[in-house]
Design a protein around this ligand. Sequence first.
Ligand code: SF4
Ligand code: SF4
Length: 384
Amino acid sequence: MKLPLLNLPASLNYIGIFLTLDCNLNCSYCINDPKQEGQRSTVFPIQATNDRAMSPDLWARALSRIPYSPELPITLQGGEPMLYWKSRGLGLLLEQVPHYFDLLTNFALPPAQFARNLRGQQAKLQRKAPYPSIRVSYHAEEMDRAWKGQGFQELVDRCAALDQFGFCVSPEKSKSDVGIYMVAHPENHVTAEMEGIYKDRIPFETKEFLGVHDNRLYGHYLYPFSTDLVSRGIALRTLECECRTTELLIDPLGFVWGCHFFLYQSWVEGGPRAQFSVLAENEFRFADKAGDLFEASTFTPIGHILDPEFTMEALTVFRPCNQYGRCIGCDTKIKNDRFQSYYDRGVPHTSVQMRNIRMPAHLLRQVDRTEQIAPFLHPDNQPT
Ligand code: SF4
Ligand code: SF4
């Protein structure tokens, strides 16, 4: 059965496909583990089962619902997407769909194997954009461990080698299909040696570290305490609010989520595998089955991408949430939308929108500029 096309609103800012949550690395600050306690490989152990990701065929069916638009790329991420479907899934998926994609990766495979696994679909990762569509993350500690102290050199060599496999590689980011990004974690530093390695070869940038390190919060957030309320011991319990997302976030089994925290936490708890099995036997009728399937779950998705009744309306609904304070930084940090709203017009964008936050007076007194948060607070919790 052909699924109805999704009517993507102009306000949709991002489509993120989490092909797999498996990863070859174990970065201490990995946000897949909402606690960021360096337990990633324990929380998400790599297992040789195929019940933790949808097949490339099912993904192709799902993506056939998404109208092609060069302005709104589909971002493949994880975990480590090169590992998807025993490392052969990317090409098997890309060859079945017309879309162009961005790829967030740590370059887990040697370039020749990566290129071979793409099955000639390189063009699908060569979107016309002012920045590289293949964005490679550099993780110093983990890559030095994996590549015997030569982490950065190996990563730059892998990126540079893509020019032998049909990609454009340039030190100018607007011309290069590939670029390296380093999380500006307080323990990550750009050294003169690194500059000597990447200069004149590959675009290299740092990106903001989001989260708590040594009891200090890093990043700028629209909603106070949304990411650090519990982890910094500011309060013992999370708060209530209503929340909705501006992004289409789809997990490895095709479930659509209202925020990154719900998606990740559901997988910390093993992922909705049993629910997927039931849905697969029932034409993925999530709208009919979700009440029963997720009755006992704290973390409930907002839809399934293969449900014929799923529409983008699901993203417009504000839903009650009692987890405010454990939000993932990428959901509540202040940033630009894809139209540069913050830089050009001073309008901060966040991946989620919140209202009716139940922030008690003793917390509110710790907020620097309460007038900025007032519109998001519940009427009973307005500053006096
Ligand atoms: S490479 Fe990315 S997904 Fe993997 S552990 Fe590091 S931060 Fe997490
Ligand atoms: S309040 Fe935080 S945890 Fe709750 S839905 Fe929004 S982003 Fe997610």
